[in-house]
Design a protein around this ligand. Structure first.
Ligand SMILES: [Zn+2]
Length: 60
């Protein structure tokens, strides 16, 4: 799947935390997207707005 819009949970972020992918990504109507996340560790849910990213992502 996509590796775009990865984010980290603020509640349980550690040096070894692995960025998680959003559970959903929806257009925000302004040329960007609103990504929704659910932390697999603490089940926190949050959203983050992003500028739209192309599918040609840079190698991480
Ligand atoms: Zn968490």
């Amino acid at each position: 799947m996509s590796t775009r819009y990865l984010d980290n949970c603020d509640r349980c972020l550690t040096e070894s935390s692995i960025p998680i992918a959003p559970t959903s990504v929806a257009p925000d109507g302004n040329g960007g997207v609103l990504a929704t996340y659910k932390c697999p560790t603490c089940t926190a849910i949050w959203t983050c707005g992003w500028s739209a990213q192309s599918d040609d992502g840079e190698a991480a």
